[in-house]
Design a protein around this ligand. Sequence first.
Ligand SMILES: Cc1cc2nc3c(=O)[nH]c(=O)nc-3n(C[C@H](O)[C@H](O)[C@H](O)COP(=O)(O)OP(=O)(O)OC[C@H]3O[C@@H](n4cnc5c(N)ncnc54)[C@H](O)[C@@H]3O)c2cc1C
Length: 1046
Amino acid sequence: MHRFPLSVLRAPKLSQSVSSQILSPRIQASVVMAQHRPKTTKAVIFDLGGVVVPSPLAAFQEYEKKLGLPRGSISGAVVESGDNGAWNRLERGEISLSEFADKFSEEVSKKAGKRADMSGLMKFIGNSLMKPNQSIIDAVKSLKIEGLKTALLTNNWHWEGEGPNRVMDRDLFDVIVESSKVGARKPERRIYEICLEQLDVRAEESVFLDDLGVNLKAAKALGIRTIKVTDPTKAVLDLEQEVGGLCLRRFVDDTTTVPEHLRIPMDRLETYFNQQLNLHSPEPPVIRCFRHGQSNPTYYVYYAGKHLVLRKKPPGKLLPSAHAVEREFRVMKAVGQWGVPIPRMYGLCEDSSVIGTPFYVMEYCKGRIFKDLDLPGMTNQERRDIYIAMADTLCKIHRVDISKAGLDDYGKKGGYLRRNLNRWTKQYEASKTEEIPAMNKLIDWLSQHLPEKEAVTIAHGDFRLDNLIFHPTKPEVIGVLDWELSTIGDPITDLSTCLLNYYLPANFPMIRSLKETDVKSLGIPTVEEFIDIYCQRMGIPAISNFDFYVAFGLFRFAAIIQGVYKRAISGQGSAPNSVLVGEFAKLIAELGCEIASSSNLQPTVSPIGGGIQTENMSGKRNYSIGTAGTANQMVVSPEGLSPRAKDLYDRVKDFIEKEVKPAEKEILEFYKPEQNHWRVCPVILRLKEKAKAAGLWNLYLPKESDPGMKYGAGLSNLEYAFMCEEMGKYPLSSEVFNCQAPDTGNMEVLVRYGTEEQKRQWLTPLLNGEIKSCFGMTEPQVASSDATNIESSITREGDHYVINGHKWWTSGALHPDCKVCVFMGKTDKSAATHRQQSMILVPMDAPGVKIVRPLTVFGYLDYPAGHAEVIFENVKVPLGNMLLGEGRGFEIAQGRLGPGRIHHCMRLIGNAERALQLMLERTQNRVAFGKPLAAQGTIQQDVAKSRIEIEQTRLLVLKAAHMMDNYGNKVAAPEIAMIKVAAPNMALNVIDRAIQAHGGAGLSDDFILAGLFSWARVLRLADGPDEVHLRSVSRQEYRKYNLSKL
Ligand SMILES: Cc1cc2nc3c(=O)[nH]c(=O)nc-3n(C[C@H](O)[C@H](O)[C@H](O)COP(=O)(O)OP(=O)(O)OC[C@H]3O[C@@H](n4cnc5c(N)ncnc54)[C@H](O)[C@@H]3O)c2cc1C
């Protein structure tokens, strides 16, 4: 007869936006947009006079005028004197400036026909060259950011302090070739060759810009592409063509050409500017793309004389709450009217048909952004003023009157910390690549220390020095950027965010830490001073629980970093460095833990019974009392679980719904043919792999047995109880999550009491789900409900033990992968009653282990694990197989059975929930005697009674789990005994009613009800008969009043 496999009975985006916001610009600084440059162009070479700076010819004419010389005398002298003339020799560096002055004065005098003193010419020219052509400078900067090489190729003279150093930043160019230094001048072939050589490019890979045709001709002869510069602005347009359409105009720091996938229709944008913003220009807009702003593509736009920033949602399918540019626009505009410095907001366009996605336009603020927190190059006073301005700005944000600003509906008022703890825990769990114990500890600590009171203000969400634009010269914030994470929230989170760098380790990569900086000596406020400044300006008392906020900030940071890492290793990350950040999440979480453990903060305890009632979306009632894992508080519904446990619970539930539920029928069908009874269904194996990969594995090991979470998920009994209930609805799931009895109990024994060798040999493969195990205690010949009766013998003989015994109901022994038995027997019959029994590990393939037969339960074989009758005849095992020590069997049994009982009981609640659901479905439409069964009063009563009993029992089970977690298994013993009786009996009642409501079908294998019933019945015996537990409950009752004579 077939039921369902016993072994299965017993027993799944920070948003990218967020990361780029928080990590930008540092971590994501290396994100480089797509490049459009054709491979053929690797370098661009610029002439100086007439290209980068104005032509000296105009200066010649002015100088001629100044000295009263005929027009053209200076340039004429240059040409007529030729190669050996003073000008050309100066350019080649063959003569000094004073020699030049004498010689050139002679040459010009000759040409002008009158005395001409040329000693002041060079200085005069130098001054006239002071103002470089901005369009060319923009082009050079643009080329560099796109990765092209740039060179300055100039026929110069001995500059002696009057040259390019004064005119421009020499660092703009990768290569500077000056005729006076190389001894050759344009148009000599050699000087071009030198330039190409230094650039390390071939002639055809380069473009040359000059205003003189003769120079261009020589370059062309070499194969260099050329552009004649008459009008620098036009020349840049020509150059754009030569470099494959890169945008070389209106350079702004950190911007590049708009990559292909982020392009927007410019004609439509222009129409929007004209019609909605009333901006008009004969010139089309120039658009560039900011390199950070990965989440919400951000553009610099120049149009109608305005410097603008356009920020839009990215293209493609988005999470509903992510990339909310509309929110950013709204909050910026609102707070801007209440004194918070923000750029001028031009307009919001929510119509996706304009440029593809909604966007907004604001002013581009020209100012200073400080990326180095120690503000190099400033005086102490300047630094202090900058930090004070930052604190002032934060206060301005937090002082905004939410209602008056029209932001009442901008977020929930209150509960910000818990909500964010949940949100980031979920993000973290979803991006986890390995277990980070420090992260779990940190989450637990945070959930236990959530502040009882939170202030409610506008919270920026990512308030940092480098998100502020300062006035170009004054210590004054002129723009607060990056409002993407803003909401109504707890203001102190902003304060801790902007001070986080004071806590990061000094050697923390990518982000500058102030931890070991002597901030005082730099004039920068210490953390304490900064908080004082903030509190004074806000008019609030000192912050007593700042530790919490720092730990919270570090937790959030670690969660974000983990997300970046996960995306990087899964190939979605765009930052080349992000693969390296894998270790940092751990580092930050550990830092958070250090802060938590050195904190004097007491856990926050809400008053008992102070429950919160909420109505969820589906109209179902949820309620919770307190926070999981905190003494004196008990969670009574999954909604009250700690963020980490809640996340696991959600994923377990989701996995069951999406994976196990659809596979149940197929698995049960697989086991129908006799030849499959003792085989493992491949579908189960596949599901196990999937669950394992999703981290839904070995969830059962309680925190107390495995505090370091070396083996399991580190859940409390209560947390795991909720997951067990879900597994009970689809009994196959326990096996799928490697959470099935008797392996769970056996693994716990090995974790608690096993030697390293025992762990290596048996625990590891059990944890990996590679082998199965059984537990051999019950014997046919003695009343085994009293374990002192167990008669099997374990006798020490030399270097091994010899085992003899007759066992039955050894569940799991028939499983094809069962490799080891935790065997109970007597080592010393003469010892005190509870010291006679020991537990020892017996390999199932040891000679002398004989499976006699499979036992049935109501005719069910419970394959593939089964319940076996087994004979152990002179079985020899090494001494090292003894668990804990001779005579300590009862000690182990007590430890083993506590958590396991909770598991069975919660699964029974799940069994009952499923039965009740089936009953509701069945009676809904089936008509008897003129009306649906559901309309019959008795059925309604059965449904109601079932619901009441389920709820009662669940509360009792949760209480038992809560007691175990907070006061230990011993104190919780009465509650454990109570649930052992209550849960199977409740389940039997509920399942029985469901069977009855199904009529004959309820008893068949067409429904799972008969199987569930038989299993609930088993559990009135299998973990000890009801009577034994009732006995201990009643004994407790008598003892309470000192009335016990038993
Ligand atoms: C499906 C199934 C799976 C099992 N799996 C395992 C397993 O994996 N490993 C294992 O070792 N065992 C297992 N067992 C055995 C189970 O633990 C025992 O059946 C149980 O402990 C009772 O022992 P017994 O069968 O020897 O009954 P007995 O001890 O003979 O008891 C018989 C009856 O006596 C009554 N009784 C006993 N004590 C008292 C009392 N103090 N007061 C009043 N009445 C009393 C109860 O009604 C009890 O049912 C399993 C049993 C089943 C049915």
